[in-house]
Write a protein that binds this ligand. Structure first.
Ligand code: ZN
Length: 212
């Protein structure tokens, strides 16, 4: 288990990608792959998280946890708890300018999420999602570009950034319904429909995945 997670994380680092392109699904803004039904308890998806490596000081612990907790109490069938690094389902990690550049990612990208199904990274470049409905997400790595954070965003934006990426980690794609407010809009800061916290529309997307 530990070994496969290590392998997966390495894969995540190698991939040149922004896992942020929306996949068109008939009724909801969700990715084809989702977490195992073994993660669903009492009708709710439960994922553990860890942010030991969000430690540059560019984003506070409360901004991280508030972003995560903002998915609760909105009607989404989702709950979460903190776990040790090697046991967590969703790993939040900061990368500094050098690390981000070494991976070949654009410096203007603030964050991206890599869902991983076993040893398979779901996103191999910015335009392809290779995971399908037959894949089960086993780990999700959320990478945060610290070069984009200090002095650039207020705390509410950093919190929203965490919540947006967690949405991807859960299995939600970018929002496409023009009439709805959502935290999952792609061009977040420039979209008038962007919400700084998840909305009932986002809850509906989670529920369509895990509690249809
Ligand atoms: Zn996104």
């Amino acid at each position: 288990m530990i070994r496969s997670k290590k392998f997966s994380i390495i894969l995540g680092f190698i991939c040149l990608s922004v896992f942020c392109l929306s996949t068109v699904v008939a009724y909801a803004n969700v990715y084809p792959a989702k977490w195992s039904s073994s993660k669903v308890s009492n009708g709710k998806l439960g994922l553990t998280y860890n942010y030991d490596y969000v430690n540059s000081g560019s984003i506070s612990s409360s901004e991280v946890t508030n972003g995560i907790q903002s998915w609760l109490n909105i009607g989404a069938n989702f709950f979460t708890a903190e776990a040790a690094y090697w046991n967590a389902d969703v790993l939040f990690r900061e990368l500094n300018y050098t690390q981000w550049s070494l991976n070949g990612w654009p410096q203007t990208t603030t964050a991206w999420t890599q869902p991983i199904a076993g040893s398979k990274a779901c996103s191999t470049d910015g335009s392809i999602n290779i995971c399908t409905s037959s894949d089960t997400i086993t780990l999700a790595a959320v990478y945060i570009n610290t070069a984009q954070l200090p002095g650039l965003f207020g705390g509410s934006k950093r919190q929203a950034l965490i919540a947006h990426e967690l949405g991807h980690a859960i299995g939600v794609a970018h929002h496409t319904f023009l009439s709805q407010n959502s935290i999952m809009w792609a061009d977040v800061w420039n979209n008038s429909r962007f919400s700084y916290t998840p909305t009932s529309a986002d809850a509906g997307d989670v529920n369509s995945l895990y509690h249809p």
